[in-house]
Ligand binder design. Structure first.
Ligand SMILES: Nc1ncnc2c1ncn2[C@@H]1O[C@H](COP(=O)(O)OP(=O)(O)OP(=O)(O)O)[C@@H](O)[C@H]1O
Ligand SMILES: [Mg+2]
Length: 261
């Protein structure tokens, strides 16, 4: 498998007729970890959902390519099969489907017919990844996310990431609600994924995650666009000073939550 590139060009996304993403450009290459930071309501999760093909999000302009494949032409399941993965900010609970069954089905849905993972191989991989993430065995047989604590859900998203081994992953606030030890475990999981064939976009509010996962690039998203990019030092400055200096630098007017100009 060769290294993959996710390329987003001039993306515009609307929800119920309201434009949320307003001309966003971003390129993530295999081997790279990028972080996106930005105030609440600027469209970070919208970006993640739009990449994955959530039907509520209407792409009005722009392009998304995974290598030379046009992502926007693909159905949701085709995007997953092509190697895109999203760890959601608010993972849903699915009653009646065990975590193990969900994972096995998801892995096989990404493989060609006749090339399904054997049960033995699956169990071996699941056991080893769960051990890496310090997850108790019982989580394999519990219903997907049902009754999981906030932190357990996040850890479970990383389990999915490690089991599915996508080409490009978007991790939306994977650090929110994690205790200090869980933060380290989740970071260890993401770092274990690091290789030339894997590109990752981490959406986060806090620099502390980036103490454990060193990003190659940090982007600031405001008003539906990436307005500034830099290295890890950019995240440190945001943590120390907030976003006002960027607004001043770029002449961005303050916005009230939900009442964007
Ligand atoms: N399904 C939806 N229906 C209506 N409005 C929506 C929907 N999804 C998102 N929005 C609006 O789009 C804007 C961007 O939301 P989004 O969730 O992408 O922000 P965010 O940058 O991820 O914020 P946070 O940091 O709080 O997670 C918000 O004003 C939000 O209310
Ligand atoms: Mg969000």
């Amino acid at each position: 498998m060769a290294a993959s590139t996710l390329k987003i060009e001039n993306l515009h996304v609307s929800i119920e007729g309201k434009e949320i993403i307003k001309g966003l450009d971003l390129e993530i290459n295999g081997g790279e970890i990028h972080a996106v930071m930005g105030p609440n309501g600027t469209g970070k999760s919208t970006l993640a959902s739009a990449i994955m093909g959530h039907p509520k999000y209407e792409i009005t302009q722009g392009k998304v390519f995974l290598d030379d494949e046009d992502v926007l032409e693909m159905e949701v399941d085709e995007r997953a099969k092509a190697g895109l993965f999203l760890a959601m900010q608010y993972p849903s609970e699915v009653s009646g489907v065990t975590n193990a069954d969900f994972l096995r089905t998801s892995i096989n849905a990404r493989r060609e017919e006749g090339d399904e993972i054997s049960l033995m191989k699956f169990i071996k991989k699941l056991d080893s990844k769960m051990a890496e993430l310090d997850m108790g065995e019982e989580f394999a047989q519990r219903y997907l996310n049902e009754g999981f604590s906030g932190g357990e859900k996040k850890r479970n998203e990383i389990l999915q990431l490690m089991m599915l081994e996508p080409k490009i992953a978007v991790l939306d606030e994977i650090d929110s609600g994690l205790d200090i030890d869980a933060l380290k475990v989740v970071s260890k999981g993401v770092n274990a994924m690091r290789n030339e064939e894997f590109g990752c976009l981490i959406i986060t509010h806090y620099q502390r995650l980036l103490n454990y996962i060193t990003p190659d690039k940090v982007h600031v998203m405001m008003q539906g666009r990436i307005v500034k990019s830099g290295g890890a030092e950019l995240a440190q400055r945001l943590e120390a000073e907030g976003y006002d200096w960027i607004k001043e630098e770029l002449g961005i007017k303050d916005e009230t939550v939900g009442q964007e100009a």
